[in-house]
Design a protein around this ligand. Sequence first.
Ligand code: AMP
Ligand code: ZN
Length: 464
Amino acid sequence: MEKIVLYNTLTRKKEELKPIAPPTVSMYSCGPTVYNYAHIGNLRTYVFMDELRRALKFAGYTTKSVMNITDVGHLMSDGDDGEDKMQSAARKQNKTPEEIAAVYSAAFFKDLERLNILLPEIIAKATDNIEEMIDFVKTLVELGYGYETDDGIYFDISKFDGYGKLSRCNLDEALAGARVAVNTQKRHPADFALWKKAEKNHIMQWPSPWGMGYPGWHIECSAMGKKFLGERFDIHTGGVDHIPIHHENEIAQSEALEGHKVVEMWLHGEFMLVDGGKMSKSLGNVYTIDDLMARGYSPLAFRYFCMNTHYRNKLNFTFAGLDSAKTAYDRLRAALSQSASAPSNPDALPELAKHRKNILDAVYDDLNYPLALGELWTVAKLTPCREIYELTKELDAVFGLELHLPPEKQADDDIPADVRAIADKRLAARKNKDWATSDALRAELDKLGYTVLDGKDGYEIKKK
Ligand code: AMP
Ligand code: ZN
């Protein structure tokens, strides 16, 4: 197993990963609330999760990763009020929350697949784990950390010494920052809901020791982390927006329950901005992968765009920026994949080994993929040889960018798959200098009504 260094938000330092039970690395990633399509900002955070998981696997670790699917309990406001996001979407679309969850979970997993994001080993739906959440809350109440009010069970943050340690805000600041209490029965304005009692018209509710109700959003992650990873685990990931409330509350709940530290390293992905500002529906700048594809950008060009900025830096999305990323990505693929049909050159091996080491050193140093990609560009500029292709193919396990394959076709073309298949076969024949087959396949395409124009590393196909 290789040495990996990661930036721990808790200590504000880069630290060497020292798994609790090597070679396994146990890891929890906050998953989506499935009430809408994931936008490109959300997906940046999952590209970051994937960068980490791929790096760990390549370094020889076995990953045991959990990602939750929040299908209940995430309210419109982080201050424990407002409608449940799932219920609100269900009402607006005249569907059940289960139907809403099914539609948007499926869309989310499709996006992950398109982006070559490897699925965590365990996907945990909040509604499948309600019992564990109730048990968790019950224990917190028994231990004196939870108390009951008319509308739910709340966590008393003044009882937990370490409150604020992740975001480095003290209790007074947390109290000052909390909005004026709507719920006057709370002991402190910043106390948060572990369990909410359901009003009659609330669609999703479960029996509990406190009557019918539903879990708070934060308890979901604490309870599922404990269920699947145990009382201590190595890494927890999420976006930076989760540091001050969601993850602070997770730490409070889990450490109060266990009586010790639960998560060793907290890793956070910085935000994606759009045109320098926040993404918002009112500005009409919330894009999905489907939106990008409709404009002719492939999901992998977007993945490249994300990977070219370090996960701890803000990434400003603009179409001009995505254009440059797409061009660079196509060029890099074209250059590297050229080596697939190039002759072997064993003399290149020592130099390639040096580049391979530089690439992996960058990746294992807090996931410095931008530096690793820069090094890959150096490889792409070398004289093509079969060994470059082999190296690129091997390293795709860590990049997930399919750089060893010829550049992608336009995502917005409407060439039927069977016609594409013939054109791809013809490209392969050309690469093998099998001109007879290439000509025969061109004639076949012609008969089907398509012309094909040959480029340096690929082709363009058009309907006649
Ligand atoms: P949600 O579905 O709202 O819980 O968000 C899913 C994930 O996306 C969380 O880890 C958030 O931290 C993350 N996220 C939300 N907005 C952005 C953004 N603009 N850029 C990067 N990550 C984001
Ligand atoms: Zn979470």
